[in-house]
Ligand binder design. Structure first.
Ligand code: CTP
Ligand code: CA
Length: 225
């Protein structure tokens, strides 16, 4: 491979990546979150930058750091903040890869003081968050490439296909949680890629850094198609 940056396949492409979980505040000390480590999204951001892209990484709370100088990181906490950052950047973006594990529900109200325990049961009223990827799918112009993820435990292919269509994606990365080495907090993943033309490609269980290469290769091949 040439050392000349102008020869890299994603030279001067503006790419948006979302990564990590979101935290939805309940009160000043508590939140609703999930087990996403952010590793997959950060690996994708690094690989895209290595291929010449200018990457904006919108990251939920993680302990990860980026290496490549062409990655600009915007840190957010909640689904609402992730939506606001992603949708404001998206109009100038060539390629967006939404790998964040965005919370689907958020408390209707955030208590201003710490909620004290009582003898009775306790419940929190939740409202649905906006789908960041779905919103970008609505805004998407023909020259923009949009990639999403699907995390499924059953009916994997059908559910992933439905998300691909509903969210107006170019392709979707199906994460198989069934495989013991795959998923949350792990360093490996097992994926399949389904594209909008109906092609399905399944990959072996491998390190997330290698999975990131498979995903970026798919992006490059679609750009050249
Ligand atoms: N996603 C998003 N914003 C949300 C929820 C999901 O951007 N509020 C994105 C994720 O980043 C991922 C894709 O949508 O790229 C699929 O997420 P997933 O949780 O698998 O699907 P959902 O559409 O949320 O449906 P469900 O959780 O009910 O399966
Ligand atoms: Ca979800």
């Amino acid at each position: 491979q040439s050392e000349l940056s102008t020869d890299k396949p994603l030279h001067q492409k503006k790419v948006l990546v979302s990564a990590g979980p979101t935290f939805e505040a309940i009160d000043p000390v508590r939140f609703i979150g999930n087990h996403s480590s952010g590793k997959m999204g950060y690996a994708i951001a690094e690989e895209l930058a290595m291929q010449g892209a200018n990457v904006t990484l919108v990251s939920g709370p993680t302990h990860l750091q980026t290496q490549h100088k062409n990655i600009r990181t915007i840190r957010v906490t909640s689904a609402k903040e992730m939506l606001d950052e992603c949708s404001s950047i998206f109009p100038v973006i060539d390629i967006a890869v939404m790998s964040a594990a965005v919370a689907d529900y958020t408390p209707i109200e955030v208590a201003s003081q710490k909620i004290k325990k009582t003898e009775s049961e306790f419940s929190i009223a939740l409202t649905k968050t906006k789908d960041v990827l779905g919103e970008l799918g609505k805004q998407k112009k023909p020259n923009q490439l949009l990639v999403g993820f699907a995390l499924e435990t059953n009916n994997e292919l059908d559910n992933a296909k439905a998300k691909l269509e509903k969210k107006n994606l170019d392709f979707i990365v199906l994460n198989s949680l069934n495989d013991k080495g795959a998923g949350f907090q792990k360093d490996t993943n097992k994926i399949s890629i389904l594209d909008k033309k109906g092609a399905i490609e399944s990959f072996d269980l491998k390190p997330k850094t290698e999975v990131a290469k498979d995903i970026v290769n798919k992006i490059v091949s679609l750009l050249h198609a």
